[in-house]
Design a protein around this ligand. Structure first.
Ligand SMILES: CC(=O)N[C@H]1[C@@H](OP(=O)(O)OP(=O)(O)OC[C@H]2O[C@@H](n3ccc(=O)[nH]c3=O)[C@H](O)[C@@H]2O)O[C@H](CO)[C@@H](O)[C@@H]1O
Ligand SMILES: C=C(OP(=O)(O)O)C(=O)O
Length: 426
């Protein structure tokens, strides 16, 4: 397996381009199933996850063309040839479950494997299924598969989510756009990726209003057309490189990063002593290398709160801050797997249930570590950039799920980072 080797200590200076958001792209890909006409997705990140989703779509009958030079993906679902999403294709990537709603809406039935257990928590899909039932679908779970049918079509419904779920909000939208009548989603998630999906669906002829607020209203239409849509900038990728610059020191422009999508993270960085300013179509991050950052407490929350997908990266930063930081993870029940790996570099972190107490240390020292999930992996890269000596991050396939050109982007701003291929690493 490949690994990433980082020699810490170099400050980061220059510009890092921010690409399209994985977490939006995957749902936009699923939206292509709703129309018999082509969907052109621009600013498409080329990631293991988006490639994987494309493979699943091919299985279902979608014609897929990557136009690599322009980061464009053309998806054409002229005919749905299969409504079965097999175990092997859904267990490996949770977001592939999102084909269920569009298949149900377009073809009237679908059989989709339950998504695989993931390292960060149990992650059930009960809210997704309740939303489809409210829209009139019959659902049974048999042999690990969700079998859903709405042979006379889905009906609009009022769905009041008991708690905020990004995936269930998006999935309900993906089905409701072709339902008969009106759907109202209450206590909907407000993440920027939801508004991005609504914009794309509306460009395809859907009638979605209120995305980005906690109440989304959808007027069903009988069919959707093709469209062209550019994937929103990845706020998690931007936040990750902001934390990297904060940890290593330096002056970095994150071009394409959206200030308005990163409010909680910007407040956190400013509180700990990093300068963050909007500049042109991006964000400027400046951290003077002399002096330590100040520890601060934070907890993860649904948008506009501090994103759980930046918790590991912020923990890496707090490992080197002056004082103690209390970090509470409120979204996933098992998302501190990076803590023992950060400890290998000398971080002092005590985990009690959903809280971690980080006591900042003067310095971290490079060591071999293991990536456990996507954001955990990149937190180890951030720690490695600030540590003395060499850090080798193993199992980097997790990183490849969500960070396109990670090493090149970091090397481009002066970091010493290289990927060792399996044969070299052996
Ligand atoms: C591909 C993608 O976009 N992934 C993101 C999405 O995941 P995902 O959409 O899976 O996250 P959710 O917002 O749905 O999950 C929030 C919480 O609700 C629980 N839950 C969710 C659905 C359900 O039917 N039942 C239930 O109990 C989950 O286990 C979790 O504890 O939002 C998360 C929260 O911002 C991010 O960390 C993920 O990166
Ligand atoms: C948890 C994540 O992704 P997924 O929901 O696809 O597992 C993530 O992007 O951090």
């Amino acid at each position: 397996m490949d690994r990433i080797v980082i020699t810490g200590g170099a400050p980061l200076n220059g510009t890092i381009p921010i690409f399209g958001a994985k977490n939006s792209a995957l749902k936009l890909q699923a939206a292509s199933l709703l129309s018999a006409e082509p969907l052109m997705l621009e600013n498409m990140p080329d990631l293991a996850d988006t490639r994987f989703m494309a493979q699943l779509l091919i299985t279902l009958g979608v014609d897929v063309t990557w136009i690599k030079e322009t980061h464009t993906l053309r998806l054409h679902a002229a005919d749905i040839v299969s409504t079965i999403a097999p175990y092997d294709q859904v267990r490996k990537m949770r977001a592939s479950f999102n084909v269920l709603g569009p298949l149900l809406a377009r073809a009237g039935h679908a059989t989709v494997s339950l998504p695989g257990g993931c390292a960060i928590g149990a992650r059930p899909v009960d809210l997704h299924l309740k939303a489809f039932e409210a829209m009139g679908a019959d659902i049974v779970i048999e042999q690990g598969y969700v079998k859903a049918a709405a042979l006379r079509g889905l009906k609009g419904a009022e769905i009041d989510f008991p708690f905020v779920s990004v995936g269930a909000t998006e999935h309900a939208m993906l089905a409701a756009v072709l339902a008969k009548g009106d759907t109202v989603l209450k206590n909907a998630a407000r993440e920027p990726e939801i508004a991005d999906l609504a914009d794309c669906l509306n460009a395809m002829g859907a009638k979605v209003e209120g995305a980005g607020t906690s109440e989304i209203r959808i007027q069903g239409v009988t069919s959707l057309s093709g469209a062209k849509h550019a994937v929103v900038a990845d706020r998690i990728e931007a936040g990750t490189y902001a934390m990297a610059a904060a940890a290593a020191g330096g002056n970095v422009l994150l071009s394409g990063a959206r200030f308005e999508h990163l409010g909680a993270m910007i407040k956190f960085l400013r509180d700990v002593g990093v300068t963050v300013e909007a500049e042109g179509r991006g964000l400027r991050i400046v951290r003077k290398v002399n002096g330590r950052l100040k520890a601060t407490d934070f907890e993860t929350e649904a948008f506009p709160g501090f994103p759980t997908d930046l918790q590991a990266q912020a923990m890496a930063l707090m490992s080197l801050a002056e004082g103690r930081s209390r970090i509470k993870e409120t979204i996933f029940e098992n998302r501190f797997m990076h803590a023992p790996e950060l400890a290998r570099l000398g971080a002092q972190i005590a985990v009690h249930g959903n809280e971690a107490i980080v006591t900042g240390v003067d310095k971290l020292i490079g060591a071999p570590v293991m990536a456990t999930d996507l954001r955990a992996s990149v937190s180890l890269v951030i720690a490695g950039l600030a540590a003395e000596g060499e850090t080798a991050v193993n199992r980097v396939y997790h990183l490849d799920r969500g960070f396109e050109k990670l090493e090149a982007k970091l090397v481009g701003v002066g970091a010493q980072v290289a990927r060792q291929r399996e044969e070299e690493a052996a």
